[in-house]
Structures are given as C-alpha cells and as structure tokens.
Design a protein around this ligand. Structure first.
Ligand SMILES: Cc1cc2nc3c(=O)[nH]c(=O)nc-3n(C[C@H](O)[C@H](O)[C@H](O)COP(=O)(O)O)c2cc1C
Length: 203
C-alpha cells in the first residue's frame, strides 16, 4: 500500500509538515511512503527576490513529481502554502496537468487529503484546504481530514494551526515561525490516519 505526499513549498514550512505527515504514515504497517515536490514555475530571479533560493535548498533532494505517479498510490496527501486564500499556482498548474488521469478515472476511489500553511492565523487556511478538496472530488477521491480525535486542535493555550480539514502551520509575516510541536503532531496524526483508512480500503 503506497502513500504519496506531494507538496510545494517556498520557505520550507510545508516541507517540514510533509516530513511529519510521512513519518505518521510510516507508522502504519505495510505502508510504503514517498515524498515528492511539484515543479517550480517561477523564474530563478523571482525566487531570488522572494528570498526563496536558500530555504528551497532544504528539500532540493526530494524528487519532482510526475503526474503519472499519482496513479500508483492508494492515498495522496497534498501540501500547499496559502496564496490569497487558495492553493499556490505551482500546485494548481500541476493539478491542471492531470486531465488524462481524470479521463481514465485513474484516481477514483483513492484517498485524498490536504495540509497547508499561511502567514497569518486567519489568512485562509480553511479556504485553501476546502477549495483544494473540490479538485480531489472531481477526480473521484475519498476526502480525509484531521478528525478531532487529534485533540491538539482544541488547544487555546497557544496559537496553533490544525483544523478538522487538515494540518496546518502559521508561518508569520516574514516566515519567521516554523511548525510548532503541536502542529507537527497534527501532521503526524493526519499521515497515520490517511494511511490507516487507505489500508482498510485496499483490503
Ligand atoms: C503571493 C502570495 C500570497 C500569499 N497569500 C497569503 C494569504 O492569503 N494568507 C496568508 O496568511 N498568507 C499568505 N501568503 C504567505 C504564505 O502562505 C506563506 O509564505 C507560506 O505559507 C509559507 O509556507 P512555505 O514556506 O512552505 O512556502 C502569501 C504569500 C505569497 C507569496
């Protein structure tokens, strides 16, 4: 049973969550977990101006995803930073190249799940995840979120990401905040939860 974690990240917040998601999924026996990043679409000079060149080195070793790879997994967990309350353009472009998979029904019945990151606490994490789900539903995927069984999303003693829709982190206006222990725990929970459900569906 294969779980694919597919992400885009500019300053490594989503990458950190992706590693935690993968860690959680690996806890489920018989699960093979692979992490992939979607292709960058911005020119190098724009990435330089945005201060993304150094942070992106942290995950340069992760292979770039080919759309056909999506068909080989039983579950796919997507990670995207928020862009104006929506998924980032790099992820949108990647998904818009999955028309053949849609035509073949290649993703029908697979488990789909989403996690995200935003600069601010109320900057659109929920809208990013929920609007992402629309694409997954068009592909016939079975949506899985982050149930309240992950109690850490009830916390009000500290600022934290994480909602029933999926794991998330709050990066700060300058990207100065990295995922907290609670947010990483949410990501591990989501990874394990998705892998557990996918393994039941594939029996
Ligand atoms: C063009 C653009 C639009 C953004 N829109 C939002 C937004 O709507 N709300 C928000 O809180 N953060 C927004 N951000 C901040 C990113 O979500 C933040 O940099 C990202 O979550 C960090 O994750 P990463 O390091 O994995 O890329 C935006 C950033 C850019 C570059």
């Amino acid at each position: 049973m294969k779980v694919l974690v597919v992400f885009y990240s500019m300053y490594a917040h989503i990458y950190r969550l992706a590693e935690a998601i993968a860690q959680g999924a690996r806890e489920v026996g018989g699960t093979q977990v692979e992490i992939r990043r979607v292709p960058e679409t911005l020119p190098e000079e724009v990435l330089k101006k945005m201060g993304a060149v150094e942070p992106q080195k942290a995950f340069a070793h992760i292979p770039v995803c080919k759309v056909e790879e999506l068909a080989s997994a039983e579950a796919i967990i997507f990670g995207t930073p928020t862009r104006f309350g929506n998924m980032c353009g790099q992820m949108r472009q990647f998904l818009d190249a999955t028309g053949q998979l849609w035509a073949d029904g290649a993703l029908v019945g697979k488990v789909g799940s989403v996690f995200t990151s935003s600069a601010t606490q109320h900057g659109g994490q929920e809208s990013t995840i929920l609007s992402f789900h629309i694409t997954l539903l068009h592909q016939g995927m079975v949506i899985v979120g982050l149930p309240y069984a992950f109690q850490g999303q009830m916390r009000i003693d500290e600022i934290t990401g994480g909602s029933p829709y999926g794991a998330s982190t709050i990066a700060g206006g300058q990207g100065e905040r990295m995922p907290s222990e609670n947010e990483l725990a949410a990501a591990r929970f989501q990874g394990k939860h998705v892998a557990t459900i996918a393994s039941k569906l594939t029996k």
